[in-house]
Design a protein around this ligand. Structure first.
Ligand code: G3I
Length: 392
């Protein structure tokens, strides 16, 4: 069953002439930038209500005048993933203008920040944190433990033999104490563990080296180490496909076990790498409710909406139709997130479509456009529908 395709029937234009009028008013009257942004915001809402161009963007639509961070300020942190190399370019400008939270796409992962037992590579992560501090942005820490980015040296002792459980746990403690300690007071939330759930396993946990060498206790150890290093940081367990019932039930089981043991888990990160086709809003709502009922904070931590689906259910859709559908989906998702008072932040996994993990690799079309801004960093229907969701 696909989405209501009637939404694709509309063919509308977004006239932003009023917006360019406001922009020129600012230049002539010297309106303060905040007042200007507010004026443009309400202009965007009233004319944007009806529609937007789904064909070539209008000149005055070229730049997104309204900051999403301002529009959602106070209710949701609006974040994006970034690489240090992007900070000095157009992505850095857009990041500072539109977002009030940032996460390192790769720089803080264990294998990236701690490539050798006595070697740390803090440069890229420091650059991202410094950028955020300069622009008064929040920082999410991603991630302290992930099977895919645990450096090989973790598993080998000084004699070249397999490291013992105790040695691995001590190395984990050292890693977390050093990294969390370095950014104490600058990183407000950490993805302490990433992608540890496997619903196909009897104990719901991925059967990786962490399970094989340390056992299930590695998760509690990571949370306790992180809390000891920064008691004020919000600590999250982060995973993908949390909307899937089996995975959701496993995550609930694991989190309840941690909470019952007094482990300091404060929130669940829902990566939300999804598409214009799935999953249903209802399934996401059900998962958010499951963790809210445990008294936990929810965050959307890696949001992107692929235009494709492995089977690509509706290949007949034109690019413009897919982008329109994507915009509708972003609007519906944001309305759901706003309805969840325990949901405190939405972070996109990238700033603009010219840099997305979805276009990396040999088994992908390579021309996906999952984010809010296009490959020239211009606002898409996804941006306008996200913005409009704040007023509905
Ligand atoms: O920096 C090196 C470069 O020097 C080298 O030339 C190049 C080719 O080998 O690799 C570059 O490193 C790549 C890195 O991204 C930076 O581009 C790694 O190979 C590549 O594996 C890495 O992929 C990242 C992936 O996580 C694995 O860490 C993606 O950018 C990143 O978007 C993706 O993000 C993950 C989240 O952390 C967790 N949730 C899923 C999400 C998507 O996989």
């Amino acid at each position: 069953m696909g989405p209501d395709l009637s939404v694709l029937g509309f063919s509308v234009k977004h006239s932003c002439s009023a917006m360019s009028g406001i922009t020129s008013m600012k230049k002539s009257s010297g309106m303060t930038s905040r007042l200007h942004r507010v004026a443009v915001f309400f202009c965007a809402l009233c004319i944007g209500q009806t529609s937007y161009a789904v064909d070539k963007p209008q000149p005055s639509q070229a730049a997104a005048p309204v900051s999403l961070a301002d529009a959602f300020g106070g209710r949701l942190k609006i974040g994006a993933a970034i690489e240090a190399s992007q900070l000095s370019g157009a992505h850095g400008v857009l990041l500072a203008q539109q977002f009030n939270s940032v996460v390192a796409e790769n720089a803080m992962k264990p294998a990236d920040i701690h490539p050798g037992e006595n070697t740390y590579n803090f440069g890229p992560a420091d650059a991202i944190v410094d950028f955020a501090q300069h622009h008064h942005m929040a920082v999410r820490g991603h991630t302290l433990l992930w099977h895919k980015r645990t450096p090989d040296w973790f598993w080998i002792d000084k004699d070249g033999q397999p490291a013992s459980r105790e040695l691995v746990l001590e190395r984990l403690r050292q890693h977390i104490n050093t990294v969390v300690g370095r950014y104490k007071g600058k990183v407000y939330a950490w993805d302490v563990v990433n992608e540890v759930i496997d619903a196909s396993q009897p104990n719901c946990l991925r059967n990786d080296k962490w399970m094989q060498v340390v056992g299930p206790g590695y998760i509690a150890a990571a949370f306790r180490d992180a809390h000891a290093a920064d008691p004020s940081a919000r600590l999250f367990i982060n995973d993908y496909s949390t909307h899937e019932p089996a995975k959701r039930d496993c995550l609930v089981r694991v989190v309840k076990g941690l909470l019952d043991d007094g482990v300091p888990v404060q929130g669940v990160g829902h990566q939300m790498h999804i598409s214009i086709y799935w999953p249903s809003i209802a399934s996401i709502d059900q998962s958010l409710k499951a963790f809210a009922q445990l008294g936990l904070e929810n965050q959307i931590t890696e949001l992107d909406l692929s235009l494709y689906q492995h089977k690509d259910y509706w290949p007949a859709l034109s690019l413009q139709q897919r982008l329109a559908l994507q915009g509708q989906r972003y609007g519906a998702l944001m309305r759901l997130f706003l309805a969840h008072r325990e949901l405190t932040a939405v972070t996109w996994w990238g700033v603009a479509d010219d840099h997305t993990w979805l276009n990396v690799g040999n088994d992908v079309p390579g021309d996906d456009q999952p984010l809010l801004f296009d490959r020239s960093q211009r606002p898409k229907p996804a941006y306008w529908e996200t913005l409009h969701s704040r007023s509905q």
